[in-house]
Design a protein. Structure first.
Length: 269
């Protein structure tokens, strides 16, 4: 039986329920990823190049914009979100909002679930990696408990904005690779999703190399493993808000541990 979402006109290739993962991975609600299969619109390869370049531009602003304190850091963190979304709006018009769906009660529960799942995954992988390789602390986490009240509030606000940006930074390339593999390389939807998932995890891990003093094992194994949970949140719900919410909950737990002066805070992902 064909899903409601999969029967929409304008699709590049017709799909059925067998092209989806089971209900454990994807909700049986007919919702699908935007853009990769011509719905709501198809983005040409050059448009994806523009979007991906904007992700890099936002990352460079976040990395090199002077940040003497967390209050000032809100500016580059906001640009980190705004630049890629502005590029998406430029090439997709009003359809850029397809990344974001309304958040319901079960989406809030999903945020909590995937945040907890990520904490379990990253702490487990982190413990293993730390036994095999030297690791470096995340300076943002390490310094969280040393700031004054205003700076701490700015850190929570700025980090929340940045983490939305990290999901935009990761999931737009995920959709770009998904489109290339599914629409151009003609792979099956399942294979394209898995490969795009892996590619975006490597992309996300590589972006964290400077944060961890170019520690390859830590960036790709520990931080890259975070994409198991956060990208899965998007795969399940097709809603960037859910992935971002899980990411924010995860990191704010670690920030709160650090602000409270407790041991055991892990890296921001």
């Amino acid at each position: 039986m064909t899903s409601v979402g999969f029967s929409e006109p304008g699709r590049i290739r017709p799909l059925t329920d067998r092209d989806r993962f089971g209900r454990v991975i994807e909700r049986p609600d007919g919702a699908d990823f935007p853009f990769y299969d011509g719905v709501p619109i198809e983005l040409a390869v050059w448009r994806w190049v523009v979007v991906w370049a904007a992700c890099v531009a936002g990352y460079l602003v976040l990395t090199f914009f002077p940040q003497p304190g967390n209050l000032v850091a809100i500016v580059p963190r906001t640009l980190f979100v705004a630049i890629p979304l502005a590029a998406l709006a430029l090439v997709a018009g009003r359809h850029w909002t397809a990344l974001f769906r309304r958040v319901g009660r079960r989406d809030l529960l999903a945020m909590a679930y995937f945040a907890l799942l990520n904490i379990v995954i990253t702490f487990t992988v982190g413990a293993i990696v730390s036994m095999l390789f030297p690791v470096h602390p995340n300076t943002t986490i390490a310094a969280a408990g040393e700031a004054g009240s205003l700076d701490a509030v700015a850190l929570y606000i700025g980090s929340g904005i940045q983490l939305v940006g990290e999901e935009v930074f990761t999931l737009l390339p995920f959709l770009a690779v998904l489109h290339l593999l599914f629409a151009k390389a003609r792979l099956s939807r399942k294979a394209a999703v898995l490969l795009a998932w892996a590619a975006s995890a490597l992309w996300f891990g590589a972006a964290h190399l400077p944060t961890y003093d170019w520690n390859v094992a830590q960036a790709f194994l520990v931080i890259g493993s975070a994409r198991i949970a956060f990208t899965l949140a998007f795969i399940r719900t097709k809603n960037l808000w859910v992935a971002a919410g899980a990411h924010i909950l995860n990191d704010w737990v670690l920030l709160t541990v650090a602000v409270a002066g407790l041991a055991g805070a892990s890296a921001l992902t």
